[in-house]
Design a protein around this ligand. Structure first.
Ligand code: GLU
Length: 417
């Protein structure tokens, strides 16, 4: 049977709940998404033909606040993936304790095959299709895989046009000129860095003695590489969809960043003395202290978990590790900090953006970064303490924290009607 991200989510939920003696009745509702919308999105292509794309928006939970989560454009997206991504958003927001539930959206499309104007029409029509269920008090989208600030600006504009007035708070990750927040583009990578450094601090390891491999060189992977490089870590391998590059003595990250530029170049074409080319699979099992998967889900599986050579994993992607791989990793003594904490920097600064929008205020970068650090470090300390208290690894402990916070909110609110 193929990989099903939502089954994976449920397996970890059950395991975590059982580990702390929770009965299924106590947490049953977190296994079910509150609402799912599937839409057909027709657009006129540049050549005059019509194509119809499938789109989704899943709202997993609104128990702790409005639903929140990104929208991705990917040819492999399907309802199970979006369902899992929505659930992970609820858990993520609970772990960092920001007042949101979770949601996620996707369009099944390879955006690199579309022109800019086709992409704009697709975004606007999708927005119109999901309009009844989104809004600043209901469900607030954001960027995710293959979407960016321009896509968010179109979403904001489409929603506003249909309302008849400008509504900044309907979506986060916008450009600054239309209600975006400073610090948002690099927030996920910054959060990953904060957590990686906290882990090293706990283990009493100097960042300068650490070698790191990063799978994925998009918005998150590239920013994490830059920040960790600036902290003196040795980045020995990075990869993108085209493949990876490796250097035992450490990559010159500013040079690699400059080469990749605005997605104009792929790493397969990068050339430098002492730098060898590797596949994405080779990157995952490369010799390093810390592995940072920053691409897609289902990358660290039972097939390759036994061959990992790292000591620590900090998950920058959503769901990169399967539940079966988790068991192997745990048994091997590899310390893993899960996605629902490690990559929560993005949604945390999205929250700050939304707060600024609702109050018609703008914060400066220093305040955004200070608040981000405060939220992330607090969540890390709470997770670390809970992991110790329950004798669980960080994945299971994070799930327990999330399940407890969400079910507590549900219980306090009571069941309607
Ligand atoms: N797509 C990002 C994530 O997976 C950010 C979501 C948001 O900012 O709402 O966490």
């Amino acid at each position: 049977m193929g990989y099903n991200a939502y089954d994976n989510f449920i397996a970890v939920v059950d395991k975590a709940a059982k580990a702390v003696g929770m009965h299924e009745q106590d947490y049953l509702l977190v296994k079910y998404p509150e609402r799912e919308l599937k839409v057909s999105v027709p657009i006129k292509m540049d050549d005059g033909t019509v194509r119809v794309f499938e789109g989704y928006r899943v709202q997993h939970s609104s128990s702790r606040g409005p639903c929140k989560g990104g929208i991705r454009f990917h040819q492999d997206s399907d309802i199970n993936e979006v369902r899992a991504l929505a659930a992970w958003m609820s858990f993520k927001c609970a772990v960092v304790n920001i007042p949101y539930g979770g949601a996620k959206g996707a369009i099944k499309v390879n955006p690199s095959e579309l022109s800019r104007s086709e992409l704009e029409r697709l975004t606007r029509r999708y927005t119109a299709s999901i309009l009844p269920i989104i809004g600043p008090e209901k469900d607030i989208p954001a960027p995710d895989v293959n979407t960016n600030s321009q896509v968010m600006d179109w979403i904001m504009d489409t929603y506003s046009m249909m309302k008849g007035y400008t509504v900044h708070g309907v979506v986060t990750g916008k450009d600054l000129e239309v209600g975006g927040s400073v610090g948002r583009p690099e927030a996920t990578g910054r959060g990953v860095t904060i957590i990686a450094l906290e882990l090293l601090k706990k283990l009493k390891i100097d960042p300068k003695d650490v070698t790191i491999a990063i799978q994925g060189f998009g918005n998150v992977g590239a920013a994490a590489a830059r920040f960790l490089y600036e902290h003196g870590c040795k980045i020995v391998a990075v990869s993108d969809v085209s493949g990876g590059i490796r250097s035992e003595k450490g990559l010159d990250i500013p040079k690699v960043l400059e080469f990749v530029g605005n997605k104009k170049n792929f790493l397969k074409d990068y050339k430098e003395k002492g730098v060898e080319h590797i596949t994405n699979q080779e990157l995952l099992v490369t010799d390093c202290d810390m592995l940072i998967p920053a691409a897609m889900e289902n990358q660290i599986t039972k097939e390759n978990a036994g061959s990992l050579k790292c000591k620590y994993i900090v998950e920058a992607a959503n769901g990169p590790t399967t539940a079966e791989a988790d068991e192997i990793i745990s048994k091997r003594g590899i310390i893993l900090v899960p996605d629902i904490l490690a990559n929560a920097g993005g949604v945390t600064v999205s929250y700050f953006e939304w707060v600024q929008n609702l109050q018609s205020l703008t914060w400066d970068l220093e305040d955004v970064n200070k608040m981000l650090e405060k939220v992330m470090v607090k969540a890390w300390n709470e997770l670390d303490a809970n992991a110790e208290k329950w004798g669980l690894n960080y994945r299971l402990a994070a799930y327990v924290v999330a399940i407890q916070r969400i079910t507590k909110a549900k219980k306090l609110r009571g069941m309607f009607p």
